[in-house]
Design a protein around this ligand. Sequence first.
Ligand code: PLP
Length: 372
Amino acid sequence: MNSQLRVPEPRPGILDIAPYVPGKSATGHATSFKLSSNESALGPSPEAIAAYRDVADTLHLYPDGSSAKLRAAIAERHGLHADHIVCGAGSDELLALLAHAYLGPGDEAIHTAHGFLVYPIAIRASGAVPVVAPEHALTASVDEILARVTPRTRMVFLANPNNPTGTYVPFDEVKRLHGALPERCLLVLDAAYAEYVRRNDYAAGVELVASAGNVVMTRTFSKAYGLAALRLGWAYCPAHVADALNRIRGPFNVNGPAIAAGVAAVRDQAHIDAAVAHNEEWLPWLSGRIAELGLEVTPSAGNFILVHFPAEESPEETTGAHAADAFLSRRGVVLRRMDSYGLPGALRASIGSEEANRALVAALQDFMSGTL
Ligand SMILES: Cc1ncc(COP(=O)(O)O)c(C=O)c1O
C-alpha cells in the first residue's frame, strides 16, 4: 500500500451528508427579484443599519463573547430570563450545536418528511441517525412523530411553521407531542417564522421551554428582522441546556456588528410591525393570485408560499416546476426549487416587495398561458 496516497478521512457518515444548497441569488437579468430564501421584503430596521455602521471603528476588538447586551434586549422584548438565552451565528449554528451536544453514534433524532434540511445534516454530522416522520397534507403529524420514538430517540426537530411547506402545528398539538415524549428526549421547536404567524392556536413555545426541562425554542434575525447577512439567531433553553451549549460554542460565535445591529433591531418594534403588516397584506394577495392561475398553493403561516405545478412526465415537459423555474429565471424572478425537499413538483416563493410580487404573478401568468 502506498501510504503517501492516503488522506485523512472524516468520521463515518460525514460523506453521506448531502451538502445544503442555498437558494439561487442572481439571474443575470437586469432587474432581478430574489424570492428564493424567505428573506425580509422590507430589509432591516434603519436603526439596525445605523448600529452596524457605528461599530465600524472597533472592528479590531473581539466582541463580547456572551452577547450580553443582545441577550438582555431579547429578554426584555419577550419577557424572558437572559441567562436562558444563547445567541448563535444564525439559528443554523444553534441547531448544529444542539445536535452536537445531545446526539452521538447509536442515537436517533426525528424530523418530519419535508422538514428544514439543516436537521438531517446536523443529526448525521453528530454521528446519529435521522428518522423521518411522514407528514399529512404537508403538515407535521404528532402521531407519526410519536410512532417513531424508540429507546434510542434523543431529539425531535419540529419547524413550526415549517420551511418549505409554510404549514404549522397548533400549540395544543405541540403540547401533546411534548407530553408523550420521553423526558430524555429534547424537543427542538424551530420558530424561525414565528413573528409572521397570525393564528390564535399558534405559540412559538416559550411557555413550554419555561415549564419543561427538555424543550428548546430557536429563533432567527434572518427573516422578519431582515438581518440574514449578519447570521444571528438565538435559543431559549432550560438552564442546563444553555450551560451545555455555552460550553461547546465558539467563544466569540456572534460577531460584534451582528450584536450591535441585533440590539437595535429588537428595540425597533415598529419596524417588525411593518414587516408583519406587509406580509399580512401580500401573503393572501400572492396566494390568491397564483391560485387564480390554476396552480395549487399550500396555505402558509410564514413569509413564503409553496406553489405546486403539474407533474413533469419528461424532461421536455413545459408545464412543470422545472420549466417554470427556468422561465421565471429568464424573467428575473428567482424562486427556490424543491427537489432536495422531496417536492420536485413545487417551487417556493418568498413574499417580496410589491414590485417583486407583481413581477412574479405577471411572469407566472405568461408561463401558464404558454407565452415563452
Ligand atoms: C425553519 C428554519 N429554521 C432555521 C433557519 C435558519 O435561519 P438562520 O439564518 O438563523 O440560520 C431557516 C432558514 O431558512 C429556516 O427556514
